[in-house]
Design a protein around this ligand. Structure first.
Ligand code: AMP
Ligand code: MG
Length: 389
């Protein structure tokens, strides 16, 4: 049994080889950028009006202004603005030569081709060329995750395609003779497979893809068959169940038989102690205990960071500090323990939680808190780190 920190260190020491591919920008949500993006243009590319109004010279104190041109967005002005002159301009319209102020329409009146200012507007109302981004600026960095705002910036740079890291292909396998698929009728002694579904969702959330999903009963030949298949065709294999010390827990020994090198076989963590991690050539494999909270938590803590690193992204969990509203206490302290909590307005509320089968507790949780190895309790009123889930 190794401490959480050591398991993390082992995983961080595993080399990954992210490969780049070019994809259409519209498919890039949640992908990891494989290139720096330098701006080839100024943003805005020309000085433009921030308002519907009239462009004129800021130092012009004329009583009224002759309208020499109308400038809709997308139109290139032909006339320079002289004293006593203005151009009617729309939001996004190009500022004409000579003008350095736009008076907003709301404080003007217009009659017979002339504009008169009838109210106060002291703001310049101009977006200057390059004020947001200048040619050559580093606007997006390699390794960052593409959220809607990054995609907007890439589009505003004129990029229709973008280089991102290839998505690892993940195989998921649930083992257990008691496991049946949702949609079928539950017989006595059976339970529905939830891990295949939670793992699939968690994999997709990282941006990796699920290549194959399998289920196997607790028979060595069946587990061996599917494990070999998945190890052969996937970049990462996730197996739930069958990793513990029970008579029917075949996964670790079969992994070894199939040529996987196991880097650890137990972590001092609750839930999730029997977790195994192995490598076989370029494929990574995790065996996680079948209880749904174990599967979920082990993915969050150990599998997700590795999947993201395979895509060139150094992921950091979001940690929020909050005040524990209610003491948590336990008897045995040889493992680090994770508990589901609700974080709300600076307070941290532990949830009723019956242990690693109690997946429903996680539906109410928005975070996890941890009692370290050797730590028996956290007193109410203490500041705790909440790891967002
Ligand atoms: P195991 O790790 O195989 O010893 O399983 C531990 C517990 O998790 C048992 O109560 C199993 O029935 C349950 N379990 C195993 N696999 C799944 C699964 N895919 N979905 C939901 N529960 C599971
Ligand atoms: Mg089992």
């Amino acid at each position: 049994m190794i401490p959480v920190e050591e398991a993390t260190k082992i995983l961080e020491g595993i080399r990954t080889f992210p490969e780049a591919e070019e994809i259409p920008l519209e498919n890039a949500l949640n992908r990891i950028l494989a290139q720096d993006v330098l701006s080839a243009i100024d943003m805005p590319p020309f000085p433009k009006s921030a308002m519907d109004g009239y462009a004129l010279r800021a130092d012009d104190n004329s009583e009224r202004f002759r309208i020499v041109e109308v400038i809709p967005a997308g139109y290139v002005p032909r006339r320079a603005i002289g004293p006593g002159q203005c151009a009617k301009i729309m939001t996004g319209g190009m500022l004409p030569q000579g003008a350095d102020r736009v008076v907003k329409k709301e404080v003007t009146s217009e009659a017979d081709g002339y504009m008169t200012i009838i109210g106060q507007d002291n703001i310049q109302n101009i977006c200057f060329q390059g004020e947001d981004i200048s040619v050559g600026d580093l606007v997006l960095t390699k390794g960052s995750r593409l959220r809607p705002q990054e995609i907007a910036v890439a589009a505003s740079m004129g990029l229709a395609k973008i280089k991102v890291f290839r998505q690892p292909e993940v195989g998921i396998m649930a083992t257990g003779s008691e496991i049946i698929q949702p949609g079928r009728k539950l017989k006595r002694g059976q339970i529905y497979d939830s891990n295949t579904f939670s793992l699939t969702a968690q994999v997709k959330q990282t941006g990796a893809v699920v290549k194959s999903r399998q289920t196997a009963v607790d028979k060595p030949q069946e587990i061996r068959h599917w494990l070999k298949e998945l190890l052969d065709i996937c970049d990462v294999v996730l197996v739930s169940g069958g990793v513990s010390v029970g008579d029917y827990d075949y996964v670790p020994s079969i992994l070894k038989e199939l040529g996987a090198k196991l880097h650890f076989e137990k972590i001092a963590i609750k839930p999730g102690k029997p977790t195994v991690f192995g490598t076989r050539e370029k494929t990574f494999v995790f065996g996680v205990p079948g209880n749904p909270v174990s599967t979920f938590v082990i993915f969050e803590l150990f599998i997700k960071p590795l999947l993201l690193r395979m895509m060139g992204h150094e992921w950091q969990p979001v940690i929020i500090k909050g005040i524990l509203a209610q003491e948590i206490r336990r008897k045995r302290t040889e493992r680090a323990a994770y508990y589901p909590v609700v974080y709300k307005e600076g307070q941290v509320y532990p949830l009723p939680y019956h242990g690693s089968a109690h997946i429903h507790a996680l539906t109410r949780a928005n975070g996890l808190i941890c009692l370290a190895r050797g730590q028996q309790k956290i007193a109410a009123g203490s500041t705790v780190d909440v790891r967002q889930i």
